[in-house]
Design a protein around this ligand. Structure first.
Ligand code: PMP
Length: 323
């Protein structure tokens, strides 16, 4: 357990948060004259700022207590909140393991936070020993993407735990693709490590990218901190309702995931036989990283056939990522 007061950005510790109308009165019925809404129509009221019904549905499915759940407008909002909560612009730093999800670096730049890059090794695994040797006091945040985008593999659990237990800052484990991996979520460790933030999303296995709901499973202190900073009504009523609806049909998502995994393995086997393919990386996600003779040429050829893949040549030489 670490003392979070030593990591939280001082201006955020001092912050007196905005108190919205629905912070003051929490009941569900009454004559609402508190939020300057239009009394007519059906979508006229502000949504629940803390998404109580949705959190309780998530809690049931994931087995995580509601007070340890924070919801963002996509995981991308949660990534941004991590910077705003823990990093003083121009002073603090974050660490990432390239090649990885691009938003960590973009969010860092938006928040004027320097990024330390420790490259993944040749098997696309993190090097916990190198990270644990870093003594830079300005380092506040470490992002570990597992399964990693764009490489598709899961990180070794013992390496993540080694970083978690020796780092006196926040470790964000991004599990956007966990449901395609067959691995256990690290959310089971959130009561042991109060500096762990595990992110999941409705955008991938749940098939609801359009509704922009990202989840963070973490310590109640970090949930309160994020609540203090987020815009009051960050998830619309329509999107909260759509997420609840999705959870009612959770078994259907499981079936879809099984089907996607089978298709993934079928596609890997086919790709491996193609003449222009040098290597197909094994995948724990819903995409495949493929090393080809000439990624730019293949990308343009596929575009000419109206097939859009992700050209990752700029970050992993001659690789394309296929969903
Ligand atoms: N994390 C990773 C690793 C991703 O690949 C993505 C989306 N491509 C996200 C987070 C963003 O997810 P969301 O749609 O919840 O913002």
């Amino acid at each position: 357990m670490i003392d979070l007061n030593n990591i939280v950005r001082p201006s955020i510790l001092r912050l007196n948060p905005y108190s919205c109308a629905r912070d003051e009165f929490k009941g569900e019925s009454g004559i609402f004259l508190d939020a300057n809404e239009n009394p007519y129509g059906s979508l006229n009221r502000y949504p629940d700022p803390y998404q109580a019904k949705l959190k309780s549905a998530i809690s049931e499915v994931k087995g995580i207590p509601v007070e340890r759940i924070f919801l963002g407008n996509g995981s991308d909002e949660i990534i941004d909140l991590c910077f705003r909560a823990f990093c003083t612009p121009g002073v603090d730093k974050a660490l990432i393991f390239p090649p990885t999800y691009g938003m960590y670096e973009v969010s860092a730049a938006i928040n004027d936070v320097d990024v330390i890059k420790v490259k993944l090794d040749k098997d696309f695994q993190i090097n916990a020993v190198t990270v644990n040797k870093i003594t830079d006091k300005a380092l506040k945040l470490i992002f570990i993407c597992s399964p990693n985008n764009p490489t598709g593999n899961s990180m070794r659990e013992e390496d993540i735990i080694s970083v978690l237990s020796s780092f006196e800052g926040i470790v964000v484990v991004d599990e956007a693709y966990i449901d395609f991996s067959g691995k256990r979520s690290l959310s089971r460790l959130i009561d042991k490590y109060n500096n762990l933030v595990v992110m999941q999303t409705f955008s991938k296995a749940m098939g609801r990218a359009a509704i922009r709901v990202g989840m963070a499973f973490t310590s109640p202190e970090i949930v309160s901190l994020f609540n203090k900073i987020k815009p009051p009504y960050n998830i619309s009523s329509i999107n909260q309702a759509a997420a609840i609806e999705k959870l009612k049909n959770f078994s259907k998502s499981r079936e879809q995931v099984e089907r996607i995994i089978k298709e993934r393995e079928r596609l890997i086997a086919k790709l491996e036989k193609m003449s222009f393919v040098r290597k197909v990386y094994q995948s724990d996600s819903n995409f495949i990283l493929v090393n080809v003779d000439d990624a730019n040429k293949l990308y343009n050829f596929l575009i000419s056939r109206n097939i859009i893949v992700r050209n990752r040549h700029s970050i992993v030489e001659n690789c394309i990522r296929i969903t």
